[in-house]
Write a protein that binds this ligand. Structure first.
Ligand code: 5GP
Ligand code: MN
Length: 347
């Protein structure tokens, strides 16, 4: 049976345990989820810089590539991509004795890396804020109320009594992940504590305006035109307080789609008055799937919705999933489901 420990901070026994594991380990691996976002890259690189500060040997391995708008982050050049640098990544995996898994709750979220992580003899530490964490780790620091995994990495450094040593590199990485996972400090998970942590990170050298510009003000014209297409495709279903966007492979190709180009598009649905449920359906012909993002406002749990119907999950107000049917069939199924959920959506 799974045992969910919900602590705002890592408890002191676990802090001591992680410290002990660190002292016993020679080659530490840090892994985020597949298709890593700002929080995934920020938390892994933030922890990486901290472990370096402690004099440890550490390596970040991402399951696959991540968006260009994150590739300016300190340490980004040293990241191994499991798809692209497979031999090097496997070599490191073979000698690693401690693995931090960050910003995900189940090893299947690492895609192709899953079987290699499962086969590893290393000990695991999980730091994550997603619901229903799996129990593969020696220490599971899981807290679904947290704004971001980056805030939890900050808590961990603080629990070690090391927050005064936070460098501008660590501060920059952690700031970035908190900023992206809170929608620039506006989601309900943003607490006064989040702002205090962010204030500390600014004091430690995170240049907030500059970071915001690197992430949000580096659009290409093609990406803005793709957003135009997405907004033209927006379907508004006021009866269900729902709005959704579709993007076909052909539309993506026409705008020279690159990884991360559709990031944030789903949120436009929620900017409509009265709309509390938004989705985006993005065709991926290569993988033969429709990748879906769900967002909600209030109590409607897109985590449960994605889990129950689209082979996914996430948080109450932000989740993802997939469908192997065609775009038309997927959207039709989605609309049928809305009827079933009408009471919840209008509650
Ligand atoms: P996004 O829509 O931005 O891809 O993901 C939103 C949130 O849901 C993120 O926290 C992400 O980690 C989570 N998520 C996305 N796709 C999946 C999935 O297929 N399974 C699970 N369990 N979580 C997902
Ligand atoms: Mn996150």
């Amino acid at each position: 049976m799974l045992y969910y420990r919900i602590f705002a901070r890592m408890n002191s026994a676990d802090v001591a345990k992680v410290w002990e594991l660190l002292s016993q380990s020679n080659n530490i691996l840090i892994v985020p989820h597949k298709n890593p976002d700002g929080d995934a890259i920020g938390s892994t690189l933030g922890l990486f810089h901290f472990l370096k500060l402690l004099g440890k040997t550490a390596q970040v391995i991402v399951p696959n590539d991540y968006p260009k708008f994150l590739k300016w982050m300190p340490g980004t050049d040293g990241i191994l991509n499991f798809e692209k640098h497979n031999t090097q990544a496997q070599e490191y995996l073979a000698k690693t004795d401690l693995i931090f898994t960050l910003d995900f709750n189940h090893l299947s979220r690492t895609g192709q890396m899953e079987q290699f992580l499962e086969g590893s003899n290393a000990k695991f530490v999980m730091i994550d804020h997603h619901q229903q964490p799996d129990d593969y780790a020696v220490v599971t620091y899981s807290d679904v109320s947290m704004s971001s995994t980056c805030e939890m990495v900050y808590n961990t450094i603080e629990a070690f009594g090391e927050s005064e040593r936070i460098t501008p590199e660590i501060a920059t990485c952690l700031y970035t992940g908190i900023m992206t996972d809170t929608g620039s400090f506006k989601f309900s998970s943003t607490t006064s504590r989040t702002h205090r942590v962010v204030a500390e990170l600014i004091d430690k050298g995170a240049q907030n305006m500059w970071i915001h510009q690197q992430v949000f003000d580096t659009n290409s014209p093609a990406r803005l035109h793709l957003l135009g297409t997405a907004l033209k495709n927006l379907t508004i279903l006021n009866t269900y307080r729902t709005a959704y966007i579709t993007l076909s492979q052909e539309e993506l190709d026409r705008h020279q789609y690159g990884k991360g180009d559709t990031e944030g598009f789903v949120n436009y649905g929620l900017t409509l008055e009265h709309i509390i449920f938004a989705a985006i359906f993005i065709e991926n012909k290569e993988e033969g799937i429709i990748k879906i993002s769900f967002r909600s406002m209030g109590n409607f749990s897109v985590n449960e919705f994605a889990r129950a119907h689209f082979n996914g999950g996430g948080h109450t107000n932000a989740a993802g999933g997939r469908s192997t049917s065609s775009m038309d069939e997927t959207v039709q199924r989605f609309e049928r489901l809305l009827k079933e959920y009408k009471n919840q959506l209008l509650a």
